[in-house]
Design a protein around this ligand. Structure first.
Ligand SMILES: CC(C)(COP(=O)(O)OP(=O)(O)OC[C@H]1O[C@@H](n2cnc3c(N)ncnc32)[C@H](O)[C@@H]1OP(=O)(O)O)[C@@H](O)C(=O)NCCC(=O)NCCS
Length: 203
């Protein structure tokens, strides 16, 4: 006998379902913090020049879970759920980058994030029996070591550990952990080489 065919999911979730799901995943404190970061972030996001860099540093020094040293956050970078972000010294985030701390993001010292790069720390659940928009999120922390350069338009997916010294080529999609001092690129990202003169680390 033929297997019964799975019922196709009904149409897209309505706005009330989306709002209900959002509230189910966030406490009142989370919602308050998110609104504060969204409104204050919007005020300083586009502010130009050194004054803008200083304003963004001041704001995120307060709102990040931890920020050890000065951070150069260029105009137009978009930071989300910043209470989940921890960063070391000499962080640099270029214009147009999107960085989410929702699932937890920990960065070492000297992390450079290129223009339009994306770091996500959540995935939608996507079982086939319901619209994706009705399902919750999976939170998966991302760790980025010291001395990491993330090229323009690269995407770091949720749950990935980017090892110390990694260079991520422009446009890469990084879905797996990287090895220290490698250069990775492509979709999905693969090892392209190793940084010249890199220290040998114990395996
Ligand atoms: C990764 C990068 C640093 C490598 O530079 P490089 O060592 O001079 O690399 P090369 O041009 O010699 O290329 C080495 C190999 O990597 C490949 N490669 C280089 N860049 C790549 C990319 N973005 N995606 C996929 N493969 C790439 C090359 O095709 C080449 O492969 P082959 O050996 O099979 O021919 C550079 O290509 C890059 O992406 N830089 C990011 C620039 C950027 O985003 N700037 C924004 C300022 S923050």
């Amino acid at each position: 006998m033929d297997e019964p065919k799975p019922r196709p999911p009904e149409g897209p979730a309505n706005p009330a379902t989306i709002i209900r799901n959002f509230l189910a995943e966030h406490s009142i404190g989370d919602v308050f913090r998110l609104k504060v970061e969204q409104y204050l972030g919007a005020l300083v996001r586009g502010f130009p020049g050194f004054v803008g860099v200083g304003l963004r540093y001041g704001l995120y020094k307060i709102l990040f879970k931890r920020l050890d040293g000065f951070a150069f956050i260029y105009a137009g970078a978009r930071l989300d759920h910043v209470r989940g972000i921890q960063a070391g010294r000499a962080l640099s985030i270029n214009c147009g980058a999107f960085i989410s701390g929702r699932g937890g993001l920990t960065m070492g010292n000297g992390v450079l994030i290129g223009p339009n790069a994306v770091v996500v720390t959540t995935e939608h659940s996507f079982a086939g029996d319901r619209p994706v928009s009705e399902q919750g999120h999976e939170l998966r922390p991302v760790t980025i070591g010291d001395d990491v350069w993330i090229g323009a338009n690269a995407v770091i997916l949720a749950g990935v550990s980017v090892a110390t010294g990694t260079v991520i080529a422009a446009g890469a999609v990084v879905g797996k952990d990287t090895e220290a001092y490698t250069i990775v690129g492509g979709v999905p990202a693969r090892v392209l080489g190793r940084r010249e003169g890199a220290p040998r680390l114990p395996s």
